[in-house]
Design a binder for this molecule. Structure first.
Ligand code: GDP
Length: 207
């Protein structure tokens, strides 16, 4: 996104009825600890001239206690007070320590949002580039495809691998059966891949 910096504002949580924003929604989903909050913040920081969250309370929370974000959180992405997009932070999945009931409650929340919202332009599925593809990642991807949603799989934390992450990319690509060009590699630490992800977001939000 060219032009003045973008800002991120926390708008509220989804509790059954989608927060209607009137702008395209980009949803982020991934196993807990995959780097979702970090990537949300990195996307905002990477906007031209370095945008920022306006208040600290608006920053997506990084490294929070697993299980704490059992909500669908809406962030408004705006430029010069004009809304351009919404980022929708879906609850992480794969919490080993949660009870079965609590797990399905959290998953149900994300599923209801995904099934109900008519404004989703893209779902970004995050996987840690250094890890084996989990059965849960496969199941989530299949469910997203079933819902007819556009998905971009992002392999996170590639700074931890180094310059050549082709082996890890192949593992993710093969493991999830991804189309050419995916996964997109990103690092929230050194910013690699973040511009490319903005490119994908911009393209899908235009449709
Ligand atoms: P979430 O649970 O998916 O929201 O994950 P977080 O964004 O809270 O990140 C989980 C942990 O991974 C934190 O300790 C982050 O500092 C770390 N992390 C996230 N993204 C990156 C990255 O791109 N590179 C590195 N080196 N660490 C990362």
């Amino acid at each position: 996104f060219k032009g003045p910096p973008l800002s991120l504002n926390f708008m509220g949580s989804y509790e059954g009825e989608p927060v209607t924003t009137g702008v395209p929604e980009v949803a982020f989903v991934g196993r807990s600890n995959a780097g979702k909050s970090s990537l949300l913040n990195a996307l905002i920081k990477a906007s031209v001239n370095g945008g920022n969250a306006e208040r600290k309370s608006d920053m997506a929370r990084v490294g929070k206690t697993p299980g704490a974000t059992a909500a669908v959180n809406f962030y408004q992405v705006s430029r010069s007070s004009k809304r351009v997009l919404s980022f929708v932070d879906l609850p992480g999945f794969g919490y080993a320590k949660l009870s079965k009931g609590r797990k399905s409650e959290i998953e149900g929340l994300a599923e209801r949002y995904l099934a109900k919202s008519r404004a989703i332009s893209l779902v970004v599925l995050l996987v840690d580039a250094r890890r084996e593809v989990a059965e849960e990642d496969k199941a989530v991807l299949a469910a997203l495809y079933d819902m007819g949603l556009s998905v971009c799989v992002v392999a996170t934390k590639i700074d931890k691998i180094g310059k050549d992450w082709s082996r890890e990319r192949d593992v993710v690509s093969y493991g999830l059966g991804l189309p050419e060009g995916q996964p997109l590699g990103c690092s929230s630490k050194d910013g690699r891949g973040v511009r490319e992800l903005w490119g994908v977001i911009r393209e899908t939000a235009r449709d």
